[in-house]
Design a protein. Structure first.
Length: 241
């Protein structure tokens, strides 16, 4: 025996819960009845237009073919039989669907014919790959150029630019602090630069080449620059005195 459960009747409270705030405001509006009548009128007019369109499509489907359609059906007994078949269709018969394009027998599905490149079309030449910059040992490099001191220098902080400006006044720079154990391999070359600066040999400093590929080498090269700038500034000051 199947037990049936009776649903509780819908109460006014349950119905009011399903009403949205917008619908409540619309019901309280003074134009609520006017808006409701306009909506119902639009719905009825829309249904009437849709029914009229359906009837017109049916009439067009069962009408005798004329013009271009008659030419397609053709004349003679075959054409008359086709027209008689169309006329015998019921009014509510569905319209025939267009036939889907058929795939030739043996042809692979989902594969398109590969495009054949034109014989006169030339592919652009491939761009040559840029060689990667890398450090190579036992290769002589030329000394870097001495930059012109300025308050703002490219690739340099304002503090370093100030050291270059002070060297331009003839003030000899202070050697970088290489007291840490990590600078042990560079202490010998730094001492060579200090000795050349103490000797006042600006030409030898200009010819001193440093491979700038890590921070300690960059500090030594900038120290070399500032020594050259300070020595040449002192030479100009001595010549002008």
């Amino acid at each position: 025996m199947t037990k049936t459960t009776k649903r509780a009747p819908k109460t006014t409270e349950t119905t009011e819960r399903r009403v949205t705030p917008g619908m409540r405001r619309l019901r309280k509006s003074a134009n609520a009845e006017v808006i409701r009548a306009a909506v119902l009128d639009d719905q009825q007019n829309g249904r009437a237009e849709a029914l009229a369109k359906i009837e017109a499509e049916k009439a067009k489907a069962v009408a005798p073919a004329t013009g271009a359609d008659a030419e397609v059906i053709g004349d003679g007994p075959a054409g008359d039989a086709a027209l008689a078949t169309i006329a015998a269709l019921p009014e509510d018969a569905p319209l025939p669907e267009p036939e889907a394009p058929q795939t030739p027998t043996g042809a692979p599905l989902g594969l398109s014919r590969p495009r054949t490149p034109r014989p006169d079309a030339e592919s652009p030449p491939a761009a040559p790959a840029k060689p990667k910059a890398r450090f190579t040992r036992a290769v002589t490099v030329p000394p870097t150029d001495v930059p012109t001191p300025a308050p703002k220098m490219p690739g340099m902080s304002a503090k370093n630019a100030e050291l270059y400006m002070r060297a331009a006044t003839g003030e000899m720079p202070t050697p970088p602090d290489f007291s840490s154990a990590s600078y042990a391999p560079d202490k010998k070359r730094l001492q060579e630069l200090v000795d050349l600066a103490d000797a006042g040999d600006a030409a030898a400093l200009r010819a001193y080449a440093i491979k700038v590929y890590y921070s300690a080498a960059l500090e030594m090269d900038r120290f070399r620059h500032r020594c050259i700038i300070a020595l040449e500034a002192r030479a100009r000051q001595a010549a002008a005195a």
